[in-house]
Design a protein around this ligand. Structure first.
Ligand code: BGC
Length: 805
């Protein structure tokens, strides 16, 4: 066992500082004279994206082939941490085979709005479910001896200006909703590393937020790994290191290292803190080495992992509708397969999570392995929304001949991408028109949906059955056919609410944040917590999913922390049921959701089988965060214990009395009436300020004003420099054209939302922070003096780089 402390005591200040930023885009640095090992970090989260050629953090350049598992939004629908663990284990094996010691995932941000462009990568609107499933994945990855890296810590639920936006959130919501999933993961799965997010949280960048990184993560939760910035997300490296963020990625060519050295020399950073960060990080780098050395050459287990991906996808499929028991399809059923997605599947989202899959199944090919009579395939629609009458007609002709139409539909590529939030929840209109026509040609239409984010379904009456596959990874086609044919009895349940329409969602009036601020005015009322409290009808509730069999619940018994009941499979086929435990406080003095998920279990039962099931309540079951005394408290009183097949389908109910911690209500009930009632669609400034406990920070930028280094490039529309305004127009033009085409231009999206400082953080040290600041001067109309400073900065950088070498 290497003694890191001793090793560090022999290093020079420069050597120590150098270890806290990357060597290149993916790897950490070494100190050659000590032969320090390094580690490669790679995305994540639903497969390995190991780039060996030109690296980028947006999934643009090639990566080595790896298994593409279902995305997090899909896996959460399995409600089965062991499925996440199985996937994690496979991902870890592939990571090792490709020399990766840190897998950048899982992504754990809350689905605050259905419009967040990255929702496909996130698990749920509920922190408990998210935390438990993510813990499964982390355990799986780390069971191989390497490190998972849950991300993005924290309150990062919006893509727009993600590197400069400021999440304004009250303390209670922060703890109960946005940090709770991370808390579960850290405490239960002990990740060896964690990624801080791009955004600010209440005015302070997440990567230099002492409260998040030190007070909560380390002191309260006991995290003892290292924290890495999101790529290019560092703001002030010295402050980051001081507050508990260890590694800055990717490389800044020595610029950040020099900042650290300078800070120690001039007393701005205590050398002991620097040493501590280096030690904490080195410890993990050493810890993962045996796994990386020992297992090289074990291979990718491609076939085995493909099967695992199919199993995970099958367990996560949600049957939303099944009129007249149209499904499962009878053996030999004559089916028409219609829809572009059946041939060219959508199985993952765009951005840094893109996996170059080892193989990709499609329905038209794999249907041959199933006992169905495929009469033919028609594309039916253009993916980009263009109407093609001929394609439609051909699809209609085929539909007429079939017993059942399998219509593959969903969101196109541009709708689900890192860097771009959606503006609506509709699927392309040409698909909806075709569906309506198909339903007239054939009354037995099954809609098979591919979409990693919630969608509206005003067209649902046009299909008898709806099978929602979310984004099911490279083996999704076979998994869906397994469900359609009944080889697998569907058991997935929604990990998010599907609202009737976009305007119904609680964050609708606040998302995305208009200027700097992303104001979490809806507070605790995210997802079902809102719909239920405010009595807003939904299309499909949280936790909903049908089966080919039926389950009966009976005999609820509460014994201390143990909640037991009897579950019986009362139908004709074997299947699994996700039983959910919710808790609701009666006569609570502190405002709350009507009920909250506090436990769940997935139980497989053969037809006719009966099992006694127990769910154990944990330390989080009754607690709430009291912002008055900054502590978790329990209110004394009666609590309903509810066992349901979904959040809206409660089958068993009892109540218990719980002793409390007797804290008092800390807020002004009158000022916060909207939170008492849950009617949070139009929270006034006064009510939000009351929730925050202070004035709302002024988040406006001055459109006649000057820009600063933390302003995003898309703010150049009001720059003083005509050249900068022109650059803005060009950038916007490219962005708009790519959106029209339906193919996301990830580079442009990233640059568009990137602050000027990002130029320094993302150019391998060619541009320094000093130079970025001079660029901002130019943008602000001081072209010549800015240019002079920029050129001067360039030469100073070259000199400094030579010196460092
Ligand atoms: C993403 C991270 C990712 C990183 C490296 C960033 O743009 O936000 O999730 O891990 O790039 O690719």
């Amino acid at each position: 066992m290497v003694n890191c402390k001793e090793l560090i005591s022999k290093m020079t200040l420069e050597e120590k500082a150098s270890l806290l930023s990357g060597k290149d885009i993916w790897e950490t640095k070494t100190v050659e004279r000590f032969e320090l090992p390094t580690v490669v970090l790679s995305d994540g989260p639903h497969g390995v994206r190991r780039q060996v050629g030109a690296g980028d953090h947006l999934g643009l350049n090639d990566s080595l082939p790896a298994t593409c598992f279902p995305t997090a939004a899909t896996i959460a629908n399995s409600w089965d941490p062991s499925i996440a663990e199985m996937i994690g284990k496979c991902i870890g094996e592939e990571a090792i085979a490709q020399g990766v010691g840190v897998v950048l995932g899982p992504s754990m941000n809350m689905k605050r709005s259905p419009l967040c462009g990255r929702n496909f990568e996130y698990y749920s609107e509920d922190p408990y479910l998210c935390g438990k499933i993510a813990a499964g994945e982390v355990k799986g990855i780390q069971s191989n001896g390497i490190s998972a890296c849950p991300k993005h810590y924290a309150v990062n639920s919006q893509e727009l200006r993600r590197m400069s936006s400021d999440s304004i959130i009250d303390e209670r919501t922060l703890r109960e909703i946005y940090l709770a999933a991370f808390e579960i993961v850290v405490k239960e799965a002990k990740p060896r590393s964690l990624m801080s997010s791009y955004n600010r949280v209440n005015g302070i960048y997440a990567s230099e937020n002492e409260k998040l990184l030190q007070n909560i993560l380390r002191d309260e939760w006991g995290f003892d790994g290292f924290v890495v910035t999101d790529w290019g997300g560092s703001n002030n490296h010295v402050e980051s290191v001081r507050t508990g963020n260890h590694l800055e990625m990717p490389t800044t060519g020595g610029d950040s290292d020099r900042e650290l050295v300078e800070a120690v020399r001039n007393g701005a950073l205590d050398e002991e803190i620097l040493d501590k960060r280096v030690e904490e990080m080195l410890k993990i780098i050493y810890e993962v080495q045996p796994a990386l050395k020992g297992n090289k050459g074990q291979g990718m287990k491609e076939e085995e992992h493909h099967k695992a991906a199919q199993k995970a996808a099958a367990e996560s499929i949600v049957l939303l509708k099944n009129e007249e028991k149209l499904l499962p399809l009878a053996k030999g059923c004559k089916v028409a397969v219609i829809g572009d997605f059946a041939k060219t599947p959508r199985y993952q989202g765009a951005g840094s999570s893109i996996v170059n899959c080892t193989k990709l199944d499609n329905t038209v090919d794999v249907i041959k392995d199933f006992d169905l009579n495929m009469l033919g395939f028609e594309q039916g629609y253009e993916r980009n929304g263009k109407v093609d009458a001929q394609m439609q007609q051909a699809a209609m002709e085929l539909a007429k001949q079939a017993e059942v139409v399998l219509f593959y539909m969903g969101l196109d590529e541009i709708s689900e991408t890192e860097g771009l939030d959606r503006t609506h929840m509709a699927i392309p209109h040409n698909q909806i028109t075709l569906l309506s026509r198909l339903s007239k040609a054939n009354k037995n239409v099954v809609a098979v949906i591919s979409a990693g984010s919630a969608i509206e379904m005003p067209w649902i009456q046009n299909c008898k059955a709806v099978v929602h596959g979310y984004l099911g990874g490279q083996a999704q086609a076979g998994a869906i056919l397994e469900v359609l044919t009944g080889q697998v009895c569907p058991s997935g349940k929604l990990s998010e609410t599907l609202p009737v329409k976009c305007e119904d969602n609680p964050a609708h009036n606040y998302f995305p944040g208009k200027y700097y601020n992303a104001e979490y005015r809806e507070g605790l009322f995210i997802g079902y917590r809102y719909y239920e409290k405010a009595e807003v009808p939904v299309l499909f509730p949280f936790g909903f999913g049908l089966s080919y069999t039926t389950f009966a619940y009976s005999d609820l018994e509460i014994n201390g922390q143990e909640v037991s009941f009897t579950l019986a499979n009362t139908g004709e086929v074997d299947g699994a049921e996700v039983a959910q435990l919710y808790i609701g406080a009666r006569n609570s003095k502190v405002y709350r959701a009507v009920k909250e998920l506090k436990g769940f279990t997935k139980v497989f039962l053969k037809s006719g089988e009966i099992k006694r099931v127990t769910i154990t309540l944990d330390d989080k079951a009754f607690r709430y965060f009291n912002a008055g005394n900054n502590a978790w408290e329990i209110e004394e009183g009666d609590y309903d214990i509810l066992i349901g097949a979904s959040s809206a389908d409660i089958r068993l109910k009892d109540n218990i009395h719980v002793d409390g911690t007797s804290a008092t209500v800390w807020y002004d009930k009158e000022a916060m009436e909207v939170y008492e009632s849950g009617k949070i669609q139009n929270v006034s400034d006064e009510a939000f300020a009351a929730l925050l406990g202070h004035d709302i920070p002024d988040g406006h930028w001055n459109e006649n004003g000057i820009l600063n280094v933390n302003d995003a490039l898309c703010q150049m529309y009001y720059a003083k420099s005509g050249l900068a305004r022109f650059a803005y127009k060009v950038l916007t033009g490219i962005k708009n054209r790519s959106e029209e085409k339906g193919v996301p231009n990830l580079n442009v999206l990233f640059i568009y939302n990137m602050p000027f400082r990002g130029i320094a953080k993302m150019t391998n040290g060619i541009i320094t922070m000093e130079m970025a600041n001079q660029m901002v001067r130019m943008v602000n109309g001081h072209f010549w003096s800015g240019m002079k400073g920029f050129v001067g900065g360039y030469f100073r950088n070259r000199k400094a780089q030579k010196r460092t070498k």
